[in-house]
Design a protein around this ligand. Structure first.
Ligand code: TYC
Length: 102
């Protein structure tokens, strides 16, 4: 965007015209088989939630069917989703994770 290394007013006014990157929510979906402690570990380790928040999100998904884990750029959201799905698959759990534009 600023490849010409322009500075000052020209660069600033150009930056002001760049739309902020779209944001994407990563959601966990409920199922009847994935253990609660596995979900809590996913939330603390992949989404870096404190233990109490991880427990709250896990229970919300358990009761409501779906819950927001975090909001990221598309790239980061897809990476988190991939990390969740790979870990679940590796451990033999059917946990599903979706990415949606916020
Ligand atoms: N419903 C699961 C159980 O009772 C727990 C669970 C919570 C599973 C959240 C998935 O995204 C999920 N063991």
């Amino acid at each position: 965007v600023n490849a010409s290394r322009e500075t000052g007013a020209a660069a600033l006014s150009r930056r002001e015209k760049i739309a902020p990157p779209k944001k994407y929510g990563v959601y966990l979906l409920n199922d009847d088989y994935t253990p609660m402690d596995f979900v809590v570990n996913v939330l603390t380790e992949i989404f870096v939630l404190p233990q109490a928040r991880a427990m709250a999100v896990m229970l919300l998904v358990h009761h409501e069917g779906k819950g927001l884990c975090g909001v990221y750029t598309l790239d980061m959201a897809q990476t988190k989703q991939q990390q969740v799905m790979r870990r679940a698959k590796r451990e033999g759990h059917p946990l599903q994770c979706t990415v949606e534009e916020v």
